[in-house]
Design a protein around this ligand. Structure first.
Ligand code: GRF
Length: 192
């Protein structure tokens, strides 16, 4: 199965997904890393692993969300992609685009969904006085951060934690969770 990974920044989750798909027995292979920002640090990391990269810069489509998403969709279809993994992708994708990938697009979100959909999840968990926090991998549906949850990992909130220290602890778990979930998801999809 052919996997595309969409990023906006450093792509640390993307790197882990590439590493895990390079292991034997994985039902999926990475065929493309696509960024909405030409300066995304993950692009160089993907290229260094020999993965094709593409940029669809959202700034080229000011106010034309449909055009931006159609451009992404065209690149994905041209690469004959089976599974899309959003990994630190910071653009909200509209219902039309999402509908075309329903059941085949995964996202990792740095909270224990359904808690803290949207942004600033770590500060919100701290503000709420939560003693536990974490990350979730879910299937992407038109509603933001709302689809069926495929896996979660939890971390303790510790005395003196800041949003940054908590984010770092969560990110470490993301790097274990996402590869595990994608591996299971690809295996089940291949068996269909
Ligand atoms: C991180 O905040 C992570 O929690 C979220 O996306 C951001 C960047 O991740 N999933 P990455 O290093 O680009 O994968």
């Amino acid at each position: 199965l052919r996997v595309a990974i969409l990023i906006s920044g450093g792509g640390s989750n993307m790197v882990r997904l590439l590493e895990d798909m390079a292991e034997p027995g994985h039902a999926a292979e990475p065929v493309l890393v696509l960024a909405n920002d030409p300066t995304a640090g993950g692009l160089a990391k993907a290229a260094a692993q020999g993965i094709a990269t593409s940029v669809v810069d959202h700034r080229d489509f000011k106010g034309d969300r449909a055009g931006f998403e159609a451009a992404i969709d065209k690149v994905l279809r041209k690469a004959d992609v089976d599974i899309v993994c959003l990994a630190g992708f910071m653009r909200i994708l509209g219902a039309d685009f999402v509908g075309g990938w329903e059941g085949r697009m995964l996202n990792i979100h740095p909270s224990l969904l359904p808690k803290y959909k949207g942004l600033h999840t770590h500060q919100r968990a701290l503000d709420a006085g939560d003693t536990e926090h974490g990350c979730s991998v879910h299937l992407v549906t038109p509603a933001l951060d709302d689809g069926p949850i495929l896996g979660q990992a939890t971390v303790p909130v510790q005395e003196g934690d800041t949003a940054d220290t908590l984010a770092a602890r969560v990110l470490k778990e993301e790097h274990q969770l996402y590869p595990k979930v994608l591996r299971e998801f690809a295996t089940s999809l291949k068996a269909e």
